[in-house]
Design a protein around this ligand. Structure first.
Ligand code: GCW
Length: 721
């Protein structure tokens, strides 16, 4: 008698090979895994602390909070926690706002609620009658949802909640992902598959991933998403596409996420049939006004526009002799009456301008300070060149006190190893946010410019260029998810430390086991410095492969624009290497406030990590280690590559502690990273040696091939263009 069919056996096998929760560990669940906690004592304590839930309110957002609590608690504690009407017993979780919940209104929270604004929440132990309970309270439903996610995080990361007391508000208002996604589903600088937005099937088919995307964002407090590439396509503004945009907005809305679009500046000509897109032309003004009103009929809470204008070939107001402010203000007037904003990018540089590229955004934008409408933010990349592994902070931060300045970070790893290198970007984000601009004396950190506290702005924002695609695990590299997570957490609260963020993410994504946490956290925290060492140590920058930006290319000198050549940036010659941006050189240093300018201006005070960014330094210059520059450069490259080998060794010890699927995935990607780190090291050291004419220090192994070998390597089909 045949007991089982082959199919049944196969199914059984598949089920057994999955983790105990019944899920394949393919990374789909991100940090919202909610697997049952391993420590039975902790589970028992949490079950006592949350024996039942009172959650009042009917909105879709409250509905989402209810769903998340159900899913999260059932998963983490392995039991259904029931929803009831009254706090009848000890350990009731009371959730809601004073306007939706009589119980919340009856608690004495008025003073505290008055301090937390529209998105904040309070999580607190509280007594109702004689019973001890926990309350999650907010002024709005979305505040409740954020509170619920935070509460679940406390349990998921095994925090002690017996005396929980958290009053939590975001420091920045607009916390936005920028998708560089095209309508044909390619993603500019995207390395995690095709675009999540399946325009062809929208609006009728909506993938379940859209909701999971919204959940993930809401769980870290991201409240906006720009769906389309800044290299914009006007088609997105047509009714055919607006219908699709509306379908996405409907899914995101309950999760507190507003949708934004990129506006192609020439749209009035391309689709409106006008002869001009001049922002001062009455017909153009009327066209955008009408178009904006139309968008609001599809998406009543449309957030506004993100614009890249007069940059890298994109059209803009300067085509008509107008300024960036003229362009931004025209759009701001169109969206303003509906509560929309305009995020106008400052990423501009013109190869016809002979000046140092790093200076151009400041030169163009600073004079415009004070001329923008109230609902315009100027969106500035973290550094003045372009999302390099390390850049000094952009001099525009602090330099335009009358304009809200929005930070733009890049989460996708265009210049940091795509989706194959493990690099934890919280370190990069924090380094920029906590650089001191000295705009108003000591203590004028970039973070204070961005959160509005330095110049008293109410309108504040931060953007991250997303690393998300349709790959099953969302970001390509399992550790790429940590950068999405870190961006969201820092956008909410930039005071959080890299270490805390890594710790939370690892606990939620992998394991609460200390034997796993400690080494992996150390590895993550060191990973950015490691990458800088094997790619661009000591302030080197923009020396990667031409156009696709893959791999080393310090020899690139034939680009279609001079400022796309690597030689433009490193200026290596027989004397030394580095870009002289001092007062005797391009004078980029003078765009910084005096103490910062002076610090960068001298090799004696310039932090070594920025040495070659600001100085052309002789090969025999004595660095802080006591070595001459040439030797130091070699040691940095070699130490970077070696650190990746150490990462591999560490990872290999962790096999027993995590699932086989992700263990192997990361292990294999580390192989790629190790290989590419050596590729960078060997190519760069040999290339710079052709100028320094000095030997590679004798204790370092010699590159296996001559320089020509590396120069000849060509990659035709690189992802992300
Ligand atoms: O980093 C560069 C990228 C371009 C990008 C541009 C920008 C969207 O190489 O692909 O274009 O910056 O930020 O506008």
């Amino acid at each position: 008698m045949k007991l089982f069919s082959i199919n049944t056996l196969l199914l059984l096998f598949v089920l057994i090979s999955f983790s105990s929760s019944g899920y394949a560990e393919d990374g789909y669940r991100l940090w919202l895994r909610y697997d049952k906690l391993a420590d039975p004592a902790k589970v028992a304590a949490y079950r006592n602390a949350v024996s039942q839930i009172v959650l009042d309110g009917q909105s879709e957002t409250i509905q989402a909070a209810r769903e998340e609590l159900t899913l999260g608690l059932k998963g983490l504690l392995g039991t259904d926690v029931s929803f009831v009407n009254q706090a009848t017993k000890e350990g009731t979780l009371i959730v809601g706002t004073p306007s939706t919940s009589k119980l919340i209104a009856s608690l004495n929270l008025k003073n505290q609620l008055a301090t937390i604004g529209n998105e904040g929440f309070i999580i607190q132990r509280t007594k109702v009658g004689t019973t001890q309970n926990i309350v999650i309270a907010a002024n709005t439903d979305v505040g409740v949802l954020y509170g619920v996610f935070h509460f679940l995080r406390l349990i998921q990361t095994q925090q002690d909640i017996s005396s929980v007391n958290s009053v939590n508000t975001p420091k920045i208002n607009h916390r936005i992902l920028n998708h560089w996604d095209n309508l044909n589903r390619t993603v500019e600088r995207g390395y995690a598959g095709a675009s999540l937005w399946d325009w062809h099937k929208l609006p009728d088919y909506t993938s379940p991933r859209y909701k999971d995307y919204a959940r993930a964002n809401a769980s870290v407090g991201i409240n906006g998403t720009v769906l389309t590439n800044v290299n914009a396509n006007a088609l997105i503004l047509t009714p055919q596409y607006l219908e699709k945009v509306a379908a996405l907005a409907n899914i995101f809305r309950p999760y507190g996420i507003r949708v934004y679009l990129t506006a192609r500046f020439s749209a009035p000509v391309e689709m409106g049939g006008l002869k001009t897109a001049d922002p001062l032309d009455p017909q153009v003004i009327a066209w955008w006004k009408q178009k904006t009103e139309e968008i609001y009929t599809y998406v009543p809470d449309f957030g506004g526009f993100l614009v890249k204008a007069n940059s890298e070939g994109q059209p803009g107001p300067q085509n008509y002799g107008r300024t960036h402010a003229d362009g931004a203000n025209m759009l701001a007037d169109a969206v303003g009456p509906k509560g929309g904003i305009v995020m106008w990018r400052a990423f501009v540089y013109d190869n016809k301008v002979p000046d140092d590229r790093a200076k151009q955004a400041y030169t163009e934008f600073k004079p415009l300070d004070g001329t923008f409408r109230k609902n315009v933010l100027v969106q500035v990349k973290n550094g003045a060149v372009d999302f390099q592994p390390r850049e000094p902070f952009h001099p525009l931060f602090g330099a335009m006190p009358r304009t809200p300045m929005m930070m733009e970070f890049q989460i996708t790893q265009e210049y940091l190893g795509f989706a194959t290198h493990m690099v934890f970007l919280a370190s990069l984000f924090k380094e920029t946010l906590y650089a001191d601009t000295y705009a108003k004396g000591k203590g004028s950190e970039v973070a204070k410019v961005i959160d509005g506290s330095l110049d008293k702005h109410e309108l504040t924002g931060i953007a991250g260029v997303a690393n998300i695609g349709d790959e099953r695990n969302w970001c390509g590299h399992p550790f790429g998810q940590a950068n999405w997570y870190a961006f969201g957490r820092l956008a909410w609260d930039h005071t959080l430390s890299e270490s805390q963020i890594a710790d939370e993410w690892l606990r939620m994504t992998f394991s609460n086991d200390n034997r796993f946490l400690k080494p992996v956290k150390e590895m993550m925290l060191a990973s950015r410095e490691t990458l800088v060492n094997y790619m661009t140590p000591l302030g080197l920058h923009h020396i990667m492969g031409y156009n696709h930006h893959y791999g080393p290319g310090p020899w690139v000198n034939q680009a279609s624009r001079p400022d796309w050549n690597s030689v433009y940036y490193h200026k290596a010659d027989s004397i030394g290497v580095g870009f002289d941006r001092t007062t005797k050189g391009s004078d980029a240093v003078s765009q910084y406030f005096p103490p910062v300018r002076d610090m960068f201006n001298s090799t004696q005070t310039c932090p070594e990590k920025f040495l070659l960014w600001f100085h052309h330094v002789p090969w025999d210059y004595k660095t802080q280690s006591g070595r001459i520059l040439w030797d130091e450069l070699c040691y940095r490259y070699y130490s970077g590559a070696k650190s990746v080998q150490q990462m591999q060794q560490t990872w290999n010890t962790l096999q027993p502690m995590i699932d086989a699927e992700r263990f192997v995935h990361v292990k294999d990607l580390l192989k790629v990273q190790e290989k590419e780190a050596r590729w960078w090291r060997d190519a760069c050291v040999l290339y710079f040696q052709s100028f320094s004419k000095r030997p590679i220090p004798s204790d370092l192994e010699k590159p296996p091939y001559p320089l020509e070998h590396y120069v000849k390597i060509k990659h035709l089909f690189v992802p992300g263009i």
